[in-house]
Design a protein around this ligand. Structure first.
Ligand code: SAH
Length: 216
């Protein structure tokens, strides 16, 4: 497991592409340049780690496209020390970007295999996110409230529990929609009873699953 000069060069190019595609947050761009994405992919895909594409990571799941990770991270407007809940740990890449941005990250994954792999990988790479095996629809009531919530799977609807676990003034980013294309939604909790939603374009995610029997 190493990060080479070549990989660093490829990351610089990826960051230049993200800039061209409209990502402006310098902290996000620096985090994308720092986190070695190739270490989160199966060996077979390592060569492609710095293309702006999503890839399969096992258990039928994917590591999100770098642009999507950057876009969502930018929307979250992460400040150092903030508590962030991520639903869908997957490879652990998005969680690592948030850690790199200075957040305290709590991430939930419902597939045991991915939970085990990403937890070990994050530890090994010293990205200090707290990983949980469980159902993202429920969030993490015992660790709430969170300053920010990020859902990295396509949700058929906005889970109430997650909005409930946001601080007043907090924001959530969640792709919403059934089928293969979702709408990115930014949710701002201005007061307990004042929730503002903004739609921000179409993205593709694997589904946020509800039926526990799918978990491995
Ligand atoms: N953030 C990930 C990409 C995740 S893909 C990364 O950076 O690699 C979406 C993930 O959500 C998958 O790993 C999937 O298993 C997980 N998932 C789906 N439904 C879930 C649920 N109800 N609770 C928690 N995780 C869920």
């Amino acid at each position: 497991m190493n990060d080479t000069f070549k990989h660093k060069g490829l990351r610089k190019k990826l960051v230049a592409q993200l800039r061209e595609k409209g990502i402006q947050d310098e902290n996000v761009l620096a985090a994308m340049e720092a986190v070695p994405r190739h270490l989160y992919l199966d060996l077979a895909f390592m060569e492609h780690a710095y293309e702006d594409k999503a890839f399969k990571i096992g258990a039928g799941q994917t590591i999100s496209q770098p642009y999507t990770v950057a876009f969502m991270s930018e929307l979250l407007n992460v400040r150092k020390g903030e508590k962030i809940l991520e639903v869908g740990t997957g490879s652990g890449y998005q969680a690592s970007i948030l850690v790199e941005l200075g957040a305290k990250v709590y991430s939930i994954e419902r597939q045991k295999l991915l939970y085990d792999c990403s937890r070990h990988l994050l530890k090994k790479l010293h990205f200090n996110a707290k990983c949980f095996y469980g159902d993202g629809y429920a969030g993490l009531p015992s660790f709430a409230p969170f300053d920010k919530v990020i859902v990295t799977a396509g949700a058929p609807y906005i889970p109430n529990a997650l909005v409930g676990q946001l601080v007043v003034g907090g924001i959530m980013v969640i792709p919403v929609g059934e089928g293969s294309v979702q709408t990115m939604v930014l949710i701002e909790k201005r007061a307990e009873d004042d929730i503002v939603q903004t739609e921000l374009g179409a993205f593709r995610f694997v589904p946020l699953l509800e039926d526990k029997s799918w978990a491995r």
